[in-house]
Ligand binder design. Structure first.
Ligand code: MN
Ligand code: MN
Length: 476
């Protein structure tokens, strides 16, 4: 009160007329902070286990089934209040909550992606060099290759065998498992091969090979003795042979667990916040809503990091067909105009992370238009690069709707774009959902060190992503 009285008229005018986002820790007290930390614990548990899109879909499906969600395909008649899920190729999952309003009023979508930059094993990955067995990789998504050297790595995925059996492989995720490493070159000898080269050239893609084994078979008639020994071990443990790798999807991901970062434990360091933080918030928020007017859908897509291609990416007709199926199950049939109308009246949050200002590299951001850690979820009107190329560019009406919704419901949010003009750029799934004539806006948490093996987010932002998505489902 005292402080209020001392404010000058112009100070009050400034408060009324100027825009600034707020530091959540500064605004909130102990009770709120406890909620941020508790939610952070749940998230760390998820992030540490679900290190691939397949594992994420599996994790979500288990939680949904426990909560009584039914498979849409097996449900005959559906009605308001029903909780359903739909799967696509074990890499997409949609959680659906049917609202009271006719579905033709539109659906509220939150779409996040479960894939993250990583190294995939090549289809013929095994090699032996100087009596060391290696696994060759092909990187996936936008990585800085040097960040993947000399860190503990795990392998996760499936192998389809000659009898069409799908064998799951997870090595390195459990504390007691061995891990794998891509060894860098010692500084003593790296002058010509590395140090004199440009940073994007000094690590060749073909050198991203994992050390996989070192014990040879004891038979001098065999040429590649270590390679054969690891193949024998793989055959004994998983029943696979070398040709089976051709029909495998094995991803190499950082083996370390998410941890609290900072003496105050305000941040979480972990692999794959982009975009598993949005995935987690989108899933837990739809779980926690009660009755709603508009039908709510949380959709988890794949392949965002390589352009949303393929049947499991956001460009696929999966979402369009899914809404068609929902209409059909509600009305008994799905006329084309009902589907088109539903899509064009739908509103979609493209739930993806944005770049938080890294204090060591402030120069790449226009600070007035950039996200600050712990200032809440970031609303982004457009992404893209250059003169807004490849941007969805959400319209002012939608920006207004979301901003006002968040303001009216006590959501900490901030505006943030992707760096200074012509500094670089990036994109999200926003434009692919918008191609159905739905209204789409980007909204997610700020991340520092995005696409690195150990990205940073704030627990306060994480919590407000959950709250923002929940408010969107309940009230948009
Ligand atoms: Mn992303
Ligand atoms: Mn990304």
């Amino acid at each position: 009160m005292d402080r209020e009285e001392k404010k000058s008229d112009y100070q009050k005018l400034e408060e009324r007329l100027s825009y600034s986002s707020k530091n959540i820790w500064k605004e909130e007290g102990e009770t709120a902070v406890k909620k941020f930390f508790d939610y952070g614990e749940e998230y760390k548990d998820f992030l540490g286990r679900a290190k691939s899109e397949r594992l994420i879909v599996k994790w979500i499906l288990e939680k949904a089934e426990k909560r009584g969600y039914r498979n849409l395909d097996d449900s005959q008649e559906i009605k308001p209040g029903d909780n359903l899920y739909a799967l696509n190729r074990k890499k997409n999952i949609a959680l659906i909550k049917i609202g009271k309003n006719p579905i033709e009023d539109g659906v509220n979508f939150i779409v996040a992606h479960a894939d993250a930059p990583r190294l995939d094993l090549k289809q013929v990955p095994l090699a032996e060099e100087v009596e060391i067995a290696l696994l060759k990789t092909h990187y996936y998504g936008g990585i800085k290759k040097y960040q993947w050297l000399n860190i503990p790595l795990a392998i996760t995925g499936i192998v389809v065998t000659k009898d069409n059996k799908s064998v799951e492989i997870q090595i390195g995720l459990d504390e007691n498992d061995p891990v794998f490493v891509i060894p860098d070159l010692l500084p003593h000898l790296s002058k010509k091969v590395q140090s004199e080269k440009k940073v994007n050239e000094f690590i060749a893609g073909e050198t991203l090979n994992l050390v996989f084994g070192n014990i040879p078979v004891k038979d001098d008639k065999v040429k590649e003795k270590v390679k054969l020994a690891v193949l024998e071990k793989l055959n004994n443990e998983y029943g696979i042979c070398e040709e089976d790798f051709i029909s495998a999807e094995l991803e190499v991901v950082p083996a370390f667990k998410p941890r609290d970062v900072g003496i105050d434990r305000s941040l979480i360091g972990g692999y794959g916040h982009d975009d598993r933080v949005s995935t987690f918030a989108a899933v837990t928020s739809i779980f926690d809503i009660s009755t709603i007017e508009k039908t709510a859908v949380t959709l988890i897509v794949d392949k965002e990091e390589i352009g949303s291609e393929g049947p499991t990416g956001a460009k696929s007709l999966f979402v369009f067909n899914l809404v068609g199926t929902i209409i059909e199950k509600i009305r008994g049939s799905c006329p084309g105009n009902a589907l088109r109308q539903t899509m064009q009246r739908s509103v979609c949050i493209s739930a993806d992370v944005n770049a938080g200002i890294n204090p060591m590299y402030k120069s790449v951001h226009d600070e007035k238009n950039a996200a600050i850690l712990s200032h809440g979820v970031v609303i982004t009107k457009y992404t893209g690069s250059g003169g807004k190329y490849s941007a969805n560019d959400a319209d002012a009406e939608l920006m207004g709707k979301i901003r006002n919704l968040f303001n009216e419901n006590g959501i900490y949010w901030q505006y943030g774009g992707m760096g200074k003009i012509d500094e670089g750029g990036g994109g999200t799934i926003a434009k692919y959902l918008a191609s159905y004539n739905a209204s789409v806006v980007d909204c997610g948490v700020p991340v520092i060190g995005m696409h690195s093996p150990y990205e940073l987010i704030s627990k306060a932002d994480l919590y407000y992503a959950y709250r923002a998505y929940k408010v969107f489902f309940e009230k948009a």
